[in-house]
Structures are given as C-alpha cells and as structure tokens.
Design a binder for this molecule. Structure first.
Ligand code: PLP
Length: 231
C-alpha cells in the first residue's frame, strides 16, 4: 500500500468514528478534525491536504516553523498544541493560526506581541488542566484561573478568544475527565458565550470527548500511524 492509500484508509476510519459518535449522542453539528502531524514529515502534510484535511496540529516550534513554511501554499490552518515557553510564544505567532495551550498570563502578552509584529490575528484556546493537583507534570490552568486569563486575551490587541482545550489525564477514565471539562465549559460559556470551541479527544478517546461536547478533536496516530519514538 502506498502512503496516500494508507492515510486515506485511516482518515476514512477516523471520519466514520466521528460521524458515528455524533449520531450516537444525537449531535448534528460538525466536529472539526485536526490531524496531529508532529514527528511526521511535510510530505505527509501534503498528502493529508490532498485528502481534504484542513487543520493540522504541531507541538514543537522548531519542527513546525520549518514544516509550515514548506507547506505554505496549501492554505492549511496550523494549530499549536504543545507546551509553551514564553520566550517562544512570539515566534509561534509567526506560523500558528490557532494556539491551543494558553495556560498562564505571561503567554498572553508574549503571544500578543508576536501576533502584532506580524500583523495577523491568532485564535486562542485556554488549556484547562484535568490533572489532580498532585500530578507531577501539570499542563493547563485550573478552572478558577480561567476567568482572569480569558479577560487578558479579550483585552489583547491581536488575539481572539475562541474557547477551551484539554487533554484527559493518563490512567483515568476519559469520560470522567471530560465530564469535569463539560462543567468547566458550561461556566466559562456564561462569561464568554461566543468562545464555543472545545478541543478535546485524541486517537484513543475521541468518542468520549464528542459525547461530552468536543467541537474539535486532535487525532495523530489513528491517522498517521505510530509516531517515531524520539527525533
Ligand atoms: C500528540 C497529541 C495529540 C494526538 O495524540 P494521538 O494519541 O496520536 O491521537 C493530541 N493532542 C495533543 C495535545 C498531543 O500532544
């Protein structure tokens, strides 16, 4: 099988899983697929674009800056979904159309400066932590921090607040984690009714995420195959 055939088959399976999940819970709105292309070459991104993929996700600035430049003419929407360092935030605004992992105030100002200097607006999701407070590598803001963080994004010059993002913790039933997320989101939407994006669900748990309201799923290995361990 050629690579494009493999990707076409895998995409078909993932798209059917998304449709089936929507049908099961009676959702008629569209769930947006973001294909996570981290660790995979620009040649795969090109094939995905040919197969109708519009949104791709990357988690490392160095890798993404090169890949997005190589794929510039494809007109894809690039999502940054990785851990963010404030010294890279400005540069990330150079290629990312959507930054999904804003979890502290410092990132907002740095990203906004980057977006301004490149004179293009960047869509922002706030990352919500679903980890227990004792977890070693927590990513994301606590529910109680979202309000202040959202206000900063709204007050920024070149960022648009679009919604929330989360990753289900390893070792917990994803449905339980996404149920907490749905509660957080309900509160959040009362203050920011137009920030309706909910990015949740990956290869292993997209069904549970869609059942609990995800509008965007981020799927890597189910489309591209297993990722190379390290690069
Ligand atoms: C890698 C990654 C994904 C995709 O994970 P798969 O299990 O390969 O689908 C989704 N979201 C984030 C934040 C990631 O880092």
């Amino acid at each position: 099988m050629t690579r494009i055939e493999e990707l076409r088959d895998n995409l078909g399976v993932v798209r059917r899983r998304i449709e089936e999940s929507c049908r099961t819970v009676g959702r008629s709105d569209e769930v947006q697929l973001i294909v996570v292309t981290k660790f995979f070459p620009a040649s795969d991104v090109r094939l995905l674009a040919k197969l109708g993929v519009t949104d791709v996700g990357e988690n490392r600035h160095q890798e993404a800056v090169a890949k997005s430049a190589e794929c510039e003419e494809l007109g894809l929407r690039w999502h940054f979904i990785g851990a963010m360092q404030s010294n890279k935030a400005g540069a990330i605004a150079g290629w990312a159309d959507v930054v999904e992992t804003i979890d502290r105030p410092k990132l907002v100002s740095a990203l906004d400066r980057g977006a301004q200097s490149r004179s293009h607006e960047v869509d922002v999701l706030l990352q919500v932590s679903l980890d227990p407070p004792s977890a070693a590598h927590r990513a994301g803001a606590d529910a109680g921090e979202l309000s202040a963080l959202a206000d900063r994004v709204v007050a920024s010059e070149s960022l648009r607040l679009r919604g929330l993002m989360a990753v289900a913790p390893l070792g917990e039933d994803p449905a339980a984690a996404f149920t907490r997320l749905a509660d957080v989101r309900e509160q959040f939407l009362q203050e920011h009714p137009s920030a309706t994006v909910l990015s949740a669900g990956m290869s292993a748990d997209l069904e549970q995420a869609i059942a609990l309201g995800a509008t965007h799923v981020r799927v890597g290995s189910a489309v591209l195959g297993p990722r190379p361990a390290v690069k």
